[in-house]
Write a protein that binds this ligand. Structure first.
Ligand SMILES: Nc1ncnc2c1ncn2[C@@H]1O[C@H](COP(=O)(O)OP(=O)(O)OP(=O)(O)O)[C@@H](O)[C@H]1O
Ligand SMILES: [Mg+2]
Length: 230
């Protein structure tokens, strides 16, 4: 995915190329990714896909959103689940989502599923945001209730895209990778170190993840932050 046109550092809602500019080369790159996923899943369908990256700020959330839109465009009943319980952003990308709705409300029985899951303006696309950021994300992630919820959603939707935290920061992506059918690692041009990409792959494989492939996010966003962080 090339970035020249989308260099500002907003939440990403103005960068939903798959929705707003479906004829563009940017949107086409998502259809290409979808086709590759579908092709590699000929024998085993990839119905639930986790998107992760070695490091933060690699484009996981934006890619999750655009890829989900691309699946929804095929008339597949699609759901994005924000399982970045530490730094949720999917609700910022989809203005239909109110930040207080979501997984935490659902698991605490404050909300019903049809209140927590938000139908977006994109036909066939719903979003399950995090809601109130949980105090103990690991406990929530490893809870039986969340696993049950995931299994119910898996039966309800044709396609599930899960946004997660970076592999090198916390173990969440490893946990989630053991539930889903396939995982995708996002690496960012001139940002992700080869060493970290290798480590992240090794970590995912050690967790038993089926890594479908890698998305190369060709963007120069936040380069200053990167160099300052060195
Ligand atoms: N290809 C791109 N071109 C331009 N901007 C991009 C591109 N990909 C992502 N961005 C922008 O970079 C920032 C980080 O992207 P995003 O939030 O998707 O990354 P992330 O990997 O989910 O980050 P985190 O690890 O913090 O969850 C956002 O402002 C997003 O809109
Ligand atoms: Mg993110």
């Amino acid at each position: 995915m090339r970035s020249k046109k989308f260099r500002d550092k907003t939440s990403g809602k103005d960068k939903l190329v798959a929705k707003d500019d479906p004829q563009s080369a940017y949107a086409e790159s998502f259809r290409y990714i979808r086709a590759n996923i579908d092709f590699s899943g000929i024998d085993n369908e990839y119905k639930a896909i986790m998107i992760t990256s070695p490091d933060p700020d690699s484009g996981k959330s934006l890619i999750s959103a655009n890829l989900a839109i691309t699946y929804a465009a095929l008339n597949k009943k699609t759901l994005i689940i924000d399982l970045d319980l530490r730094k949720p952003t999917i609700h910022k990308i989809f203005p239909e989502c109110h930040s207080s709705y979501g997984i935490t409300g659902l698991l605490k029985d404050v909300l019903k599923a049809d209140e927590a899951i938000i139908e977006t303006a994109v036909p066939n696309l719903a979003v399950l945001p995090v809601g109130i950021t949980p105090a103990d994300p690991s406990a929530l992630l490893n809870s039986e209730k969340l696993k049950q919820l995931y299994h119910t959603l898996y039966e309800t939707y044709d396609c599930i895209i899960i946004d997660t935290p970076p592999v090198m920061s916390v173990a969440d992506a490893q946990t989630i990778s053991s539930w889903v059918d396939g995982s995708i690692l996002v690496v960012r041009n001139n940002y992700t170190k080869q060493e970290n990409a290798k480590k992240a792959l090794k970590t995912l494989h050690a967790a038993g993840a089926k890594v479908i492939g890698t998305i190369f996010n060709n963007t120069d966003m936040k380069m200053r932050d990167y160099y300052y962080g060195e």
